[in-house]
Write a protein that binds this ligand. Structure first.
Ligand code: SF4
Length: 180
């Protein structure tokens, strides 16, 4: 079987889903037999390349995330929403209950830990937060979701292993599997 290409990235998330990916431990060797990891947060390279499978953590919170997920969609045969923030905004979406200005003021102006001169950063190099955080499927078609905050390492490995072997995962099978 030809080796597949796997890419992972994070948008608006805390990186916890990727920490859980690392928890697959030595099973990463099984993944490496079937796929080259051509993009991930510790692989250098600016643009997300063409891949067979893209794991995307986090939700869409900014203009840059919007462009990035559209770009990934064009370049990925299978796009997986990785973790609850990607699937339904989760923690990242908690700011949706407040106007954006209030959110910025809470973080940069009114927080007790700020100095008295606290002000909202404003520079053209900074990404522009959208008014509302949205999950991936509100911007692009998503092929599969891995729920959880974070998803368990067993679930992540199972989903990857199935797709890498050209099978469609069935998440209800995860509990029946024994790893390690
Ligand atoms: S789903 Fe949980 S662990 Fe994953 S990015 Fe969101 S908050 Fe972090």
């Amino acid at each position: 079987m030809t080796k597949k290409k796997l890419g992972t990235t994070w948008l608006g998330g805390c990186s916890g889903c990727h920490m859980s990916l690392l928890d697959i431990d030595e099973r990463i060797l099984d993944v490496a037999k079937l796929a080259d990891i051509v993009k991930c947060p510790i692989v250098d390279g600016k643009d997300f390349p063409e891949v067979d499978i893209a794991l995307v953590e986090g939700s869409v919170t900014s203009d840059e995330h919007w462009k990035e997920i559209k770009h990934i969609r064009k370049n990925a045969k299978i796009l997986i929403a990785f973790g609850d923030c990607a699937v339904m905004t989760n923690v990242t979406g908690m700011r949706n209950y407040f106007p954006l200005k209030e959110v910025f003021d809470a973080a940069y102006v009114n927080a007790v830990s700020n100095d008295t001169e606290g002000q909202v950063p404003n520079h053209e190099a900074l990404l522009k937060l959208n008014d509302k955080v949205v999950p991936l499927q509100e911007v692009v078609h998503v092929d599969f979701v891995i729920p959880g905050c974070p998803p368990s390492a067993d679930t992540i490995f199972y989903v990857l292993f199935e797709f890498l072997n050209d099978r469609i995962p069935n998440l209800s099978d995860v509990k029946k599997l024994k790893y390690g």
